[in-house]
Ligand binder design. Structure first.
Ligand code: HEM
Length: 539
């Protein structure tokens, strides 16, 4: 029977009223019952306005966090994408520790996990729950102190190769050469992670033509540009559109994965054959993951597949290359800025007290024990952490403890925050490390010596590394922390002894997945950090 025009109209009116009532409830009624309304925060912008730009802009975030804390305290309600998305931004140590230590309640939002999974598979960065637990358990032995010691010669050889490469670029050594330290160090960290990750030579310091290197680079470029156009945002919610309307990014991801799987699967088979030999001493993470996966300590049902192991290796490359190269870039930039040359000279003098002709295994413990080098690295990671902030979502209603009182709208004060299931929590890694009320009035300045005399309040802050959140905190904190600290110390040892770093171009920080440098006025050219490197006379 064909429906009459009037019943069709009635149906449409009912549908319209249904959608309109849902939207009215979603936009105007439900927010009134959100318990986060008890937490003070800046006035809500217009209907679809947001505070996200305000807290995520790396150039302004220190100032903006400071303003928010002075006005509203350490727990602040901010507006996410719309009225239905009020979020908690917290700089309170107790609240942060709670969120980071209960990963079963506070998970990574499915939107960011989907983005990561589309690119590098569901490795440790994206997985949650038992899958994550299993992956972490299989991977832990690969990051044991004993295994990491095996990488020391590799860290030295790549640092020296980079030093020699820079020297070869100089037509007149006394003038030095201007290099984009960000790009070059990233080539070196990629090389390190290729060999440490799966015994594979990208040779990226020498040239950038290796097919697997290019496959990863292309894919990571997409990761950086994701979220910047409408289609990628729609793709998060409706992934089917990647299949129905493939575009350049889909084509690149597919092509990259074809290359990575072709080479990766071959490497896995070769490695499997070599680990059958009891005398095998290979230390790359792929070998160690394969060994750990078949060890009797891992119950059969907890083992992961070969392709999952490749996702893990890709995750280490994704999570470990740019983070380490950016941390080093920012440290070198900070040391090369006018007014900081005395710190650079002091660091070089300390490094020069060591005998560089010692074998790497004997030299590294001496480097590791150098106090000023240690302070410089901590201070660099504090002032410009590569990971600007983290996001978590409450998977059930919860009560978060706070060490600072929260003033409710009725004027009463409480020491807990009630959050409803689905509430997003922003953990401002950078903001937390630059909080003047904890670190002192000079919190925004680069002062490595502060680490010899820290304010008492700092000593109780949560964080995997030196009371900082640079490597996060809790069970989801960085598994590669020690790996990258060792790599950074050795890179700085070799490069600082080899060169003076001077005349940096004026760069600003932008939060593009990670905190990256861009030359002022030349954002479109992409992330770069040009600095003049001149051979140091002691070389
Ligand atoms: C300076 C260098 C590095 C920094 C600043 C850094 C920072 C971080 C941070 C903040 C997280 C937590 C992310 C989140 O909560 O969303 C993390 C997780 C992770 N990092 Fe790093 N990282 C560095 C180097 C590395 C290296 C060298 C590797 C591997 C070789 C690595 C592997 C990972 C992995 C696998 C995770 C996920 C851990 C999990 O969820 O269980 N990272 N890292």
């Amino acid at each position: 029977m064909v429906p009459s025009l009037s019943s069709l109209l009635l149906g449409l009116i009912i549908l319209f009223l249904g959608v309109a009532s849902f939207l009215l409830y979603f936009l105007f009624v439900a927010p009134l019952y959100n318990p986060l309304r008890d937490v003070p925060g800046p006035p809500s912008p217009k209907l679809f306005g947001t505070h996200l730009g305000y807290v995520l802009d790396a150039e302004l975030s220190a100032k903006n966090h400071d303003m928010l804390v002075s006005r509203y305290g350490k727990n602040i309600r901010i507006r996410g994408l719309g009225p239905w998305d009020d979020r908690l931004l917290t700089l309170d140590p107790l609240a942060i520790a709670h969120v980071m230590n209960y990963p079963t309640i506070y998970q990574k939002p499915w939107q960011s996990r989907r983005l990561i999974t589309r690119l590098i598979g569901c490795g440790m960065l994206a997985a949650e729950g038992v899958v994550h637990k299993r992956q972490r358990k299989v991977s832990n032995p690969a990051f044991s102190p004993q295994n990491l010691r095996g990488f020391i010669p590799l860290f030295f050889s790549k640092a020296e190769e980079l030093r020699d490469k820079w020297l070869s670029l100089m037509s007149n050594p006394s003038d030095g050469v201007k290099v984009d330290i960000c790009h070059w160090i990233s080539r070196a960290t990629f090389d390190v992670n290729g060999i440490a990750g799966f015994d594979y030579q990208f040779h990226a310091i020498q040239d950038e033509s290796n097919e697997v290197y290019l496959a990863y680079k292309d894919m990571f470029e997409i990761a950086i540009s994701q979220g910047q156009n409408l289609k990628s945002i729609i793709g998060i919610y409706l992934p089917i559109i990647w299949k129905l309307f493939p575009d350049e990014s889909t084509r690149i991801v597919d092509k990259s994965w074809k290359t990575i799987l072709k080479v990766g699967r071959h490497l896995v088979q070769t490695k499997k054959a070599t680990i059958a030999d009891k005398n095998n001493t290979d230390r790359d993470l792929l070998t160690l993951l394969l060994k750990s996966n078949i060890s009797t300590e891992i119950p059969a049902e907890q083992r992961i597949s070969d392709d999952d192991i490749l996702f893990q290796i890709s995750t280490f490359l994704f999570a470990g290359s740019d983070t380490t190269s950016l941390a080093l870039t920012w440290i070198l930039l900070l040391l090369s800025r006018p007014g900081h040359q005395h710190l650079q000279n002091r660091l070089r003098s300390e490094l020069n007290t060591l005998d560089s002709s010692l074998p790497p295994d004997e030299l590294f413990p001496l480097i590791d024990a150098l106090p000023f080098l240690d302070n410089v690295i901590k201070e660099g990671l504090r002032v410009i952490p590569p990971v600007h902030s983290s996001l978590r979502v409450a998977t059930k209603d919860d009560i978060i403890p706070s060490s600072t009182p929260i003033r409710k709208p009725d004027g009463s004060k409480v020491n807990v925050i009630r959050v409803a299931k689905g509430t997003m929590v922003h953990v401002p890694v950078e903001g937390f490390a630059l909080d003047k009320s904890v670190w002192g009035e000079d919190a925004w300045d680069f002062k490595p010596d502060r680490w010899d005399d820290l304010p008492e309040a700092v000593k109780t802050l949560p964080g995997l590394y030196s009371n900082l959140l640079a490597f996060s905190a809790g069970p989801r904190s960085c598994i590669g922390m020690r790996f990258s600290i060792m790599e950074m110390k050795i890179m700085l040892f070799v490069l600082m002894r080899g060169f003076d770093f001077v005349d940096p171009e004026k760069v600003f920080k932008a939060n593009v997945v990670l905190t990256r440098p861009y030359v002022v006025g030349r954002f479109k050219e992409g992330s770069q950090c040009p600095v003049v490197v001149k051979p140091h006379s002691a070389l």
